[in-house]
Each structure stands twice: as structure tokens, then as C-alpha cells.
Design a protein around this ligand. Sequence first.
Ligand code: GDP
Ligand code: IMO
Ligand code: MG
Length: 427
Amino acid sequence: MPALVLLGAQWGDEGKGKATDLLGGSVDYVVRYQGGNNAGHTVVVGDQKYALHLLPSGILSPGCTPVIGNGVVVDPSVLLSELSGLNERGVDTSKLLLSGNAHIITPYNVTVDKVTERFLGKRKIGTTGRGIGPTYADKINRVGIRVQDLYDESILTQKVEAALDVKNQILTKLYNRRAIAVDQVVEELLGYADKLAPYVADTVLVLNQALEEDKVVLFEGGQGTLLDIDHGTYPFVTSSNPTAGGACTGAGVGPTKISRVIGILKAYTTRVGAGPFPTELFDEDGEALRRIGGERGVTTGRDRRCGWFDAVIARYATRVNGLTDFFLTKLDVLTGWEQIPVCVAYEIDGKRVEELPYSQTDFHHAKPVYEMLPGWSEDISKAKSFADLPKNAQSYVKALEEMSGAPISAIGVGPGRDETIEINSFL
Ligand code: GDP
Ligand code: IMO
Ligand code: MG
């Protein structure tokens, strides 16, 4: 079983960092395949807490090689400060591999992200402001800057010129901003070249050779299924493909190599930024989930919107990702509710709908149809096996599994590495 994908089954922040770290000790490579430092993955090891944005969570497992694949967009200043932050805490980062084909988030991409959002006003997406969308837009427009361009000043200059030609017109004439000077950008980018050089590699070759040798490769998604540019709640999405297929394009590995796709699924639902969210709560239950679950963004510090578990979304995630397993996280957060509502279907314009509607209009009109499940009050954070869980917590998990369409193979009962119940082994 050489290659596994681990990805978000909802709107991000499901606990991918913790789940990846848990497997980090048993895999040879952990690969980020899309997104950039819009991600915030929390890993708790003992009394140490790490917030990773660009680095794969495998960086904290000494035997594991962390890889930033071609599909990732990389802000060099963020990468270097994340590396030095970890080095200061005694984490060895020397094994990191960075794809020469990964695209660079330039300072002008960050500027464009911010001004575009401001210009959209109340129609804004609520992006993380990290330049993600504009960098992917440049990639698709074929005016992107790649890591390898840092090593050819002439090519880099021509490419920055090409990118800024149009952008400066837009910035000055439409957004009333100052033009960005080509040589300033080139100088800044060249300043990163030597510092990044030790990590730059042909990661596609490395990963495929590793798979030939039966090494275990874990792909760590950023964001989540409903934030996918193709399969998410467009336009309220990110600009990449967090879904399983993204691992193939974002790392250069064929789909025949992937044997397991694990969806990370929170026992309730959260979302950051704008966009539809049928089970969102605006009452004290939502406030309690936010408080007990610590639902505050790792990247932007924004409060996360909170709501009950949505089985329609989980089923959709199973389908579009071909999920083989779920890792259910944060079950402990639900301790203390007498009854827990779970959304089993939607009501759209008076009709009951069991599956996620493809139409944006319908999804905006979707009202949750709830089933009430009995809650539990016992502390479950020390549970080590499924049998240790109170009966109602067991039934909650079983009900979610039944509704979601794939086996729940692990359950998170706390943020720490060891606060996990393993049901089926992932490896
Ligand atoms: P990611 O972006 O998917 O990696 O998730 P985040 O790190 O943004 O958010 C998940 C939060 O939940 C982090 O603070 C984790 O430490 C925490 N967490 C993960 N799993 C569990 C769990 O099972 N129980 C509790 N209480 N917290 C968890
Ligand atoms: P992790 O990996 C939750 C959201 C933003 C916004 C939308 C587009 O920690 O789960 P972008 O900056 O990507 O153009 O913003 O996507 N978003 C996330 N929400 N978790 C994330 O990452 C996210 N990354 C982006 O809030 O709504
Ligand atoms: Mg996060």
C-alpha cells in the first residue's frame, strides 16, 4: 500500500495536521500537493504546539521526508520563516524537498488578493489574503513565476515583466494603487534563491522512484472538499484542488499508485470566510461549539463559523474523493449535549433532497433536515478503544458512518497525538 491521500472532507480545519502527524512516524514521505500558506495545520506533540502553514506536517517526524509538490504555491518569505521558526525549536528541517515547478507567491500576488477583496466589498470571498487566488490565476494565465526561475535572472526578469505589464495597468488605473517596479520584485525574489537552493529538487522523480521502491508516501491536503475550485461551493472556494485527484496533478503521481483516500471529518462542521453553510448556528450552541472546540483560525485568527454535522456533505466528500476511510475528529467537543442534531438531508423549496445539489441557487436555499441523536456527558478524552466510549457516543459514530458512506477508521478525542482511537489501521 504505497500511497495514501489524507484530505479535508468539509470546509477545512478538520484536523488534517493532527492526523498527518499521527501517521508521520510510519511513512517515508509526506507531501503537500496544493494550496499554500492559506492552510493552518495544528500539530500537538506532548506539551508542544506547532502551527504549520506551508510545511507538510511530516516535518515533525524525524524519519520522514517532507515534500512541497509542484501543485503548491509558495511564498518564499513564509517558507523561510517557518523553517527558521522550527529550527529554533530544535526541529531538523534539512530533509525538506521543494519542487522546482511549484509556483511562487510574489509580493504583487498578495497585493492583488487584498485589493480584489476590498473591491468586491460585501461580495468578497473572505480569502486569507495570502495571494493564493492571484498566484494560481497567473499559473493558469501562463504568467506565473516558478521556483526554478529564481536560478535564471534573465528569465526571471522577463517573466516578472510579463506579469506586471497587465497588472500594473489594473493596479494603477482600476484600483488606484501605485505601480510595482519590476527590478524591486526581481531583487527580492533573487534574494531567496540561495536560501532555498538546498531544498529544490525534481520531486516528481523522487516520489515516483520512492513508490517503485515500495516506500510509503502520504499526501496531505490543505483546505477541504467543499473549498475545491471544481467540486466546492464555487465561487466561495479556494483556487486549487484539495480533492483526491489534486494529489495526482499536484505531485506528479498516477492515480493507479493511490490505494487509500482518508477523509478527515469533524464531528460537527466549521467554515471560515464567506459562502453558504446550511447547518450554521447563530445561537448559544454555535457559540459553545466555537468555545469548546477552540474554533479560531490558525492562519488569520478569525472566528470560525460553527454548525452541526452535515451528512449530505460527508456523503458528497465520499463520492468526489473516492474515500476509503474517515478519520472522525473532535468527538470530545460534543460531550455534554443532551441531544445532538445531525443534518441527514436538505429541504429545498419544499422538497426533501438527499444529495448535495449541483446548483448554487439550490444550495443557497437548502435548509437542514435534522435527526436528533442522544448525547453523552462522560469525559471521553482518555478513551483508547471504541469500547471505552459511552454507548451514545458509539451510536453517534455508527450513525455518522452509516450516513457518510465510508468506514470511520479512527476517532479523535483530543488534540494530542495519543488522543486517538484507532479502529482500522491506515497502514
Ligand atoms: P487542519 O487545518 O485540518 O489541520 O485543522 P486545524 O489545525 O486548523 O484545526 C483543528 C484544531 O482542532 C486544531 O487546534 C487541533 O489541535 C484540534 N484537534 C484536532 N483533532 C482534535 C480532536 O480530536 N479533539 C480536539 N479537542 N481537538 C482536536
Ligand atoms: P486548512 O488547510 C479553512 C478559505 C478562506 C476563504 C476561501 C478562499 O487549514 O484547512 P484563499 O485564501 O484560499 O483564496 O481563501 O478559503 N480557506 C480556508 N478555510 N481552512 C483552510 O485551510 C483554508 N484555506 C482557505 O477562509 O473562505
Ligand atoms: Mg486549518
